[in-house]
Design a protein around this ligand. Sequence first.
Ligand SMILES: *Cc1c(COP(=O)(O)O)cnc(C)c1O
Length: 413
Amino acid sequence: MGRVMEDINFSKIPTPAYIVDERLLEQNLKCLNMVMKKTGCKILLAQKGFSMFSLYLIIKQYLSGTTASSLYEARLGREEMGGETHIFSPAYKEEEFAEIAEICDHIVFNTVRQYQKFKEQAKAAGCGCGLRVNPEYAEVEHEIYNPCCAGSRLGTTAAMLEQALAQDMAALDGIEGLHFHVMCEQNADTLERVLMHVEEKFGWLLALPEIKWVNFGGGHHITRSNYNIELLIKCINYIQDRYQVQVYLEPGEAVALNAGYLVAQVMDIHEQAFEVTKEMLPHNADSEEAGYMARAAILDASAACHMPDVLEMPYRPEIIGARRPGELQKRYPYIYRFGGNTCLAGDIIGDYAFDHELIPGEKLVFCDMAHYSMVKNNTFNGIALPQIWAYNEKKGAYPVKTFTYKDFKSRLS
Ligand SMILES: *Cc1c(COP(=O)(O)O)cnc(C)c1O
C-alpha cells in the first residue's frame, strides 16, 4: 500500500498525471544511503526502472551514480546525475561503442565473446570491464522476469566460461569485475541463497586478485517495510571481506518504491451491472472469489498505455479508498471494473469496490506508480501521455512536464 500523504491535494491535479512525492523518494534514498554507509558498498540507480531526471539532483545526494541498459540511458545518467556511470547490455553495437566507452566508468559484458570484441576499445577509454555471470539459480516465479530461465540469453554460465577458457586460457585477462542480476522484488534471504550459488560456481574467479568489484544487480526490495536490511548488510560485508572486492547494488524499483501516484478520472460508467463469474475474473485478480455484481467504468488512464506492468506482470494496483470486491461488502458495495479509454478489450486495470457510487468526473489515485510507469508508457491508440508532476514541501504539487500532440507525432512518420 502507498503511504498516503494527506497534504497532496490530488483534486487540483489534471488527469491523467503521475505525481512523485519527493519526501517519499528521499525516505527511500536515506534507507539506501544507510546501507552504503554501514558497508562501504556503492548503490546506483537503475534508470530502466525510474528515469525522472528532474529529481536526479536529489538522488545524487544519496547514491553513487547510475546504471544503464543502453547508450541513451547511459547518456542521461552522465548528463543529469554524474557520479559513476555503469552499463550492461546483452550485446553492444559497434557504431555505439565508442560513445558508450567515453561515457561509462564500468562496462559489463554479457559473454566472453562480447568482451573480446570490445576490450581494446574499452581499455583505451579507461573503462573498467566486467562479465555478467549466470549462476543458474533464481527464485523468480514469473518466467518473463527470470534471467535464469532455461535457455536464457542473459549472462555467462559456468559451462560457457569453461569452454571459453579451454579455447583461450587468457580469455578473461583484463576483466576486473563480476555482475549478476537474478532477482525481482525479493528479500535478502533470496540474496543469501543466490550468493551461495554464485560462490559455488564462480568463487574461484572472485578470489582472483584481479577481480576488484562485484555487482549484485537489482531486484532487491530494500525499501519495502518487511525487508531484512540487517541480512543484506551481512551479505555485502561477507563478500567484501572474503574476496576483498567492492560490492555494488543497482536497484531500480527500490529507489522509487511507493513514492508516486497516477491520478486518473472516471469518464463514464455503464448503467447495466454484470455478474462476475469465475471465468470473468480480471487477469490480475488476486482472489478466486467471484459471484459479485460489477459495472464497467472507463477511465482516462489506461493499463496498456500508462501502467503496462498491470498487464505484463500482471498485478493489481491499489487505489486510495478502494477495496477488493467482496471485502467489507456491507461498507463497500459499489463494484467497478476499470478499463482504459482505448479499443483494446483487455485494457483492464482491475475490479474495485467503493463505499459510494462513483460519478463521472470523480478522481482516482493509483498508488506506487513512480517506477516502471513513465519509463514504459506509450501512445497506443493516440492516447496522450500523462503529465508528470512532483510534490515537495516548499512548492507543493508542481507540474514538471506536459505532453502534446507533437510528442505523439514526433515518433511516427
Ligand atoms: C532490471 C535490472 C535492474 C533493476 O532491477 P529492479 O528490479 O528495478 O531493482 C538492475 N540491473 C539489471 C542488469 C537489470 O536488468
